[in-house]
Design a protein around this ligand. Structure first.
Ligand code: 13P
Length: 256
């Protein structure tokens, strides 16, 4: 399985800044066969970056998309419009869930719409600090996973990527804490187990599972060696070109 290094830029960079970043990153990194490098800029930059990007070196992800292909939905952009521009879309990020009120029902429709339009969903799941404190972590992971995937057929599951991002470990969260390797390993094993129970072991093995939460060049290597981790979803550190490039280098070293 490839190793995924995904940079989620969230609401940062103008179109011009995004283009300069991409230009420099393309110059800095070679084409790594076993690494899938993905950047996820703001929607407004996607079209121009799709013309600039070298798809042998990296791919684009949208940060969001709407589940209907067209119609009276002011302000929305559909996966059918994103088709051909991006290869991936982050869906169900905790910021979408908690700031914009997206629930599992909406997220499952978005996952289905992405797949219908040949865009690989990166389905984000993860518990908040208080859910963990109340011992609800396993239930939250199960509910978000089963809920988000409920419209995905068995033979389509291998086209999905799961990202486990405990909300309390995200750098923008107040008093963010670093997730420990044991906490991550436990979540990875649980996710794989739920997938195996629902879709069968053979299919479950093929699903890449990423970790996200305060990843930076100095902890990336450690996180990538946690059992079950197939890649990283990076926020803050992906905004600093040298750090993102260093994480890519670390991934190359650790996984080869
Ligand atoms: P940080 O890497 O800044 O903690 O963000 C993680 C994240 O939310 C990526 O989607």
């Amino acid at each position: 399985m490839k190793t995924y290094i995904v940079g989620n830029w969230k609401l940062n960079f103008t179109v011009g800044e995004a283009s300069i970043y991409l230009h420099k990153l393309l110059k800095k990194i070679p084409n790594y066969r076993d690494l899938e490098v993905v950047i996820s800029p703001s929607l407004i930059a996607l079209q121009s970056l799709s013309l600039q990007i070298d798809r042998h070196k990296m791919k684009l992800a949208a940060q969001n998309g709407f589940y209907r292909d067209y119609g009276a939905f002011t302000g929305e952009v559909s996966f059918s419009q994103l088709r051909g521009i991006v290869d991936y879309c982050i869906i169900g990020h905790s910021e979408r869930r908690h700031i914009f009120g997206e629930d599992d029902k909406m997220i499952q429709k978005k996952v289905a719409a992405a797949m219908r339009n040949k865009i690989t969903p990166i389905l984000c799941i993860g518990e908040t600090e208080s859910e963990r404190a109340f011992g609800e972590t396993a239930d939250v992971i199960r509910d978000q996973l089963i809920g988000g995937l409920s419209e995905v057929a068995d033979d389509e599951l291998e086209k999905v990527i799961i990202a486990y991002e405990p909300v309390w470990a995200i750098s923008s969260t107040k008093a963010a804490k670093l997730a420990s390797p044991d906490e991550i390993a436990e979540a990875m094993a649980l996710i794989r187990k739920i997938l195996a129970e629902t879709y069968g072991e053979k299919i479950a093995e093929k699903v890449p599972i990423l970790f996200g939460g305060s990843v930076n060049p100095s902890n990336a290597g450690g996180y990538l060696t946690v059992p079950g981790v197939n890649g990283l979803l990076i926020g803050g550190s992906s905004l600093i070109l040298s750090e993102f490039a260093d994480i890519i280098e670390v991934a190359k070293r650790v996984k080869s």
